[in-house]
Design a protein around this ligand. Sequence first.
Ligand SMILES: C[S@@+](CC[C@H](N)C(=O)[O-])C[C@H]1O[C@@H](n2cnc3c(N)ncnc32)[C@H](O)[C@@H]1O
Length: 322
Amino acid sequence: MVIRSGVTYAVNSFAEDVRDGLGRSGQKELPSKYLYDDVGSALFEVITKLPEYGLTRAEERILRRHAEAIAERLASHGIVVELGSGSGRKTRGILQALAHHQPTTYCPIEISSTALESCERELDDLPQVNILGFETEYLDGLCRAVARRGLGEGVVVLFLGSSIGNFDRGPGEDFLRKIREALEPGDALLLGTDLEKPLAQLIPAYDDSLGVTAVFNSNLLARINRELGGDFHLSRFEHVALYNARERRIEMHLRSVESQTVFIEGANFRTTLERDETIWTESCHKYGRQEAPKMAERAGFECVAQWVDNEWAFAENLFIAV
Ligand SMILES: C[S@@+](CC[C@H](N)C(=O)[O-])C[C@H]1O[C@@H](n2cnc3c(N)ncnc32)[C@H](O)[C@@H]1O
């Protein structure tokens, strides 16, 4: 059964965030959460199937192999909250395993209505699983989902796909702390983190040979044109995926191939880009194996298990709130 909670995501804030990010005197920037509209969410699904993007398959392998072991440790956790569920494809096995132990309420939290709808469709047939989706931001959704807990019922939060890597390291740790604050001792967090790996493997994952990631990236400008009446010419930008070794992260940018002025009517905003100037659209931080457990410990969790994929360096970490 699927129930949908009300939409709280404010579309007006898109215009404000665009004005704020493109109006900066230094590096221009757009928040990566805006990559995921209808088109962006569909393109992300394609990216997860590309041969170069091993991350999703690695996490799928870990979850398939260890779903039972994870569920056994979470025998009293009847509420599963997934932050940024995407299509929910990866979550099926873990929900099935948890629902063997007790009836389960699954709360996907999504900013993208397309992703939320496909997640609800994907998992609707699972017996013993009620789905209660929230179309909203991560922490708002988490608090609203946790408020539904029954007496003695535990909560497990899933934050998969290394989405934590979209935060800078300090803010990522702060985010874990905010998750912890929303939880009770004994609640759990299953966190997927992509590990450091050779650049020959990493760069193509964000700059694939078919050019899907490039389209995913430039769709952000197309979205501004569609929703805010922008006049970006997409052919005047190129996709860039670079590795920032100091910060240990992939950065995605859109590089202006000529000097140009852009007007965004719905934001009542005009900006100029120099030739070769970039708009930074996403960061994907990469981690040492012990890094996420240490961050989580400082945020108030204990690491009780970690599984690592052998083919693509990726870690699934199980934390319990202390
Ligand atoms: C990188 S995708 C990962 C999807 C899925 N968890 C996976 O592992 O394949 C990130 C997802 O989080 C959603 N998202 C991004 N920022 C969000 C935010 N601030 N609040 C809620 N959802 C968000 C996006 O719409 C997208 O579906």
